[in-house]
Ligand binder design. Structure first.
Ligand code: NAD
Ligand code: MG
Length: 401
């Protein structure tokens, strides 16, 4: 990792600055101007928001989707009276530089989906401190990402609330060692926790995106509703903490107050609790090993009064069962599942397939092409990803409306 001056200024790049995690990250950074400076911001579309972020945080570099977005951003910046020099790019090189420039200490990896893989890998090779929100990158390329972190001596701090909780409950170093018996990832169960499969078959994208406890981007909201999110998180935990599938469990906890637990051989269970607000794990990871204010309301357990727990129902939530199978199978299966799921969720969000077709489509892609070795290089991973996407797209065309 690059030298982050203890107690000094940290230069931060926020990949996916316009998303839910990106915006929360900038809110925490805004509370601590003496600790953090923004080096680069990236965003795909929402150009007006990106321009306002530039006015507020004065980044040196910004990366957007294409040349039309570059022109739009320049106009928006001029309208806001932003005069400080900003390098604006829209290609892979610009994204890579945002993640690897020698000035950068910390990279918040918060682009959604496979699109976040390459810049996050580049940050790993460059030895940055990586705050990892983009779980899909780890699921599709766990081994390649692990090797890049070791080669670059990058430090990874989990942002996913469950993994951040586990990190806080594990012994120092954040890897599973002697004495850890099990890791229990909690799951809210999403908006359809009590629905039958028949009821699920008619839900709309708006209903799927209305999560009871968390406010998130649309893709992860649908993943929470199918519980694929928890499945991806099991695979994420496997790679992040070096923990075997047999020591990982999911516990449904509808209040989303206990963010996850670690069980030790002596019978102790350590848990991390807090209000469901991503600014807590973001502040934890930004400041680790110190602690800083996040802006999150203190948790009142007396007001919450009841915390409940139950086992997940794998019959009504087949995506979770699929992910458990994939975790056991290893090889190319996690990459294929992630790619199929991204296509299936996008098809559901655009009204092309129903909600219960998501798990059916994922299962079919896995059954047809889910066996074989994992990609050993970034090129091989991207080829596998493309193969699964093509098959999933074809299935959407055949089965969708
Ligand atoms: P979001 O949809 O709100 O934001 C996604 C960001 O990625 C935006 O800035 C968008 O511009 C950018 N982006 C999208 N497609 C892109 C592309 N092709 N190229 C470059 N940039 C692109 O998503 P989010 O909810 O902030 O989630 C971001 C990541 O964090 C996801 O991997 C998600 O699983 C993970 N995560 C989110 C939460 C949460 O509470 N939102 C919690 C845990 C983990
Ligand atoms: Mg999570």
């Amino acid at each position: 990792m690059t030298a982050t001056t203890a107690g000094g200024l940290q230069w931060v790049t926020v990949l996916g600055a316009t998303g839910s995690i990106g915006r929360s990250t900038l809110e925490v950074i805004a509370l601590h101007p003496e600790r953090y400076r923004v080096f680069a911001l990236t965003g795909h579309r929402q150009i007006d928001l990106l321009a306002r972020q530039c006015a507020r945080f004065a980044p040196r570099q910004v990366v957007v989707a294409d040349s039309a977005a570059v022109a739009q951003l320049r106009t928006a910046l001029a309208a806001l009276g932003v005069t400080h020099p900003i390098e604006i790019g829209c290609d892979r090189q610009a994204l890579e530089r945002a993640a690897t420039d020698p000035q950068v200490d910390t990279v918040m990896a918060a682009i959604v989906g496979a699109a976040g893989l390459e810049p996050t890998l580049a940050a790993a090779r460059a030895g940055k401190r990586i705050l990892l929100a983009n779980k899909e990158a780890l699921v599709m390329a766990g081994e390649v990402f692990g090797a890049a972190c070791s080669d670059g001596k990058a430090e990874v701090l989990p942002i996913d609330s469950e993994h951040n909780a586990v990190f806080q409950c594990l012994p120092p170093g954040g890897r599973v060692g002697l004495g850890v018996r099990r890791i229990l990832l909690t799951a809210s169960g999403g908006p359809f926790l009590r629905l039958t499969r028949a009821q699920m078959s008619t839900v709309t994208p708006e209903q799927a995106c209305a999560h009871p406890n968390w406010s998130m981007g649309r893709k992860i909201s649908v993943d929470s509703a199918t519980m694929m999110n928890k499945g991806l998180e099991l695979i994420e935990a496997h790679y992040l903490f070096g923990v075997a599938a047999s020591s990982l469990e999911v516990l449904v906890h509808p209040q989303s107050i206990v963010h996850s637990l670690v069980e030790y051989d002596d019978g102790s269970m350590l848990a991390q609790l807090g209000n469901p607000d991503m600014r807590t794990p973001i502040a934890h990871a930004l400041a680790h090993p110190q602690r800083i204010a996040s802006g999150v309301e203190p948790l009142s357990l007396a007001k919450i009064s009841t915390l409940s727990f139950e086992d997940p129902d794998l019959e009504r939530f087949p995506c979770l069962r699929l992910a458990l199978e994939v975790l056991g199978a290893g090889g190319r299966a996690p990459c294929m599942l992630n790619a199929a799921n991204e296509i299936a969720v996008a098809a559901f969000l655009s009204g092309r397939i129903g909600f219960t077709a998501i798990d059916a489509l994922n299962a079919e892609v896995l059954a047809r092409i889910g066996q074989g070795a994992a990609g050993a290089s970034i090129g091989a991973v991207l080829e596998l990803d493309a193969e699964a996407r093509a098959l999933a797209e074809q299935l959407v065309m055949e089965r969708g409306h």
